[in-house]
Design a protein around this ligand. Sequence first.
Ligand code: AVJ
Ligand code: FE
Length: 448
Amino acid sequence: MSTIGPESVELSQDDLKSLVAAELERTRRRSAALTDAVDDDDLVEQHSPLMSPLVWDLAHVGSQEELWLVRDVGGRPALRPDIDDLYDAFQHSRCDRPELPLLGPRESREYIATVRDKAQDVLHHVSLEGRRLVDQAFAFGMIVQHEQQHDETMLATHQLRRGDPVLHAPDPPPTARAPSSHEEVLVPAGTFTMGTSTEPWALDNERPAHPVHVADFFIDAHPVTNADFFRFIDSGGYREPRWWTEEGWRHREHARLSAPLFWRRDGDTWLRRRFGRIEPVPPEEPVLHVSFHEAQAYANWAGKRLPTEPEWEKAARFDPATGRSMRYPWGDDEPGPERANLGQRHLRPAAVGAYAAGQAPSGARQLIGDVWEWTASDFAPYPGFEAFPYPEYSQVFFGTAQKVLRGGSFGTDPAACRATFRNWDFPIRRQIFAGFRCARTPSREELD
Ligand code: AVJ
Ligand code: FE
């Protein structure tokens, strides 16, 4: 049986409820680990104007859980209607949150524990039939994913935080063979099914399933590595406006970008800071902490481009043998440690060439996990999109301001990651665990 989502198989209500209860608890252990790792002063401190204090994320996940599970699904009275506004992400920007009269660390922990007890009680008593919000435990799955998304945000706050290391994890398994940096795979032209109408916990922006025709394209077999990026830097990539879009170059100049975030030059080597550790940048790892603009400049320099969202998804889940789109590159089974680097099991991406068991039919690897991958696409609704259950999750972000990222990072939990999952951010952002791979359109001769 699944340990992450209910899949599309029929589970009894009791089995589905035990699965949900376990997922809620597993997720809470991660939130606790991320917030217990530092002291109270650290929890209320703002480590970067881009981020909330950790204590805000903590109470915010409880607040969303109260809103959706306790009040809406459960129809129970509000616990703390007085704090709704404090933890409404649309009322206060991240940089203003430290000034709010937030719950302190102890109050926040008590609040989320009280909400959780009520939510588990609601789960125990509710019928998971008859209402779209609870069908296949959707609202519970949404709240699990929401907390996991904030856990990844808190992990990004940890990465920005100064001071000695407080998080620890083993390194990913070593890779048997380092692939060449020019490996690409050809995905032949044709129609595939993009998005999903059947994945029970898929969010509104992943729906509905719809056919998309994609022309022939090449896509890199693995993400662009630090070694690749050294070459871009060494050949003047950050000094030459011709590789950048106008908007990208303006931003590069304004923000004075000259290397990925957290990198520092030391003599003739690059060092990076990673969760409080200073270390040489490993050449064989996917490049991390680059903006969309840097990714795009690199791709131009390399004579390539970023993949569109349909290209990325087709390379990641289309199986030409059956004509089906799968839940993951390797099939429909849940991710495990041998298939993908997810869930903060490691505190870094794995070297490229890793996770042979996670390879897609296209031949591409490491599509799921390791680093989020910037795509060329704006965040837009699929044909037939319907906001559900609230427009503030996706709909208000549709437009040209946000670029889509795919695939999840080492900090993304499996519950919040699948081949249809869509993430988005501003093209200047670098604190997220983002890298990229390139694509290109084949020439006539290459297709003959
Ligand atoms: C999907 C990661 C862009 O964190 O901004 C969390 C998820 N939405 N709370 C974000 C989200 C509401 C969202 N991203
Ligand atoms: Fe949120």
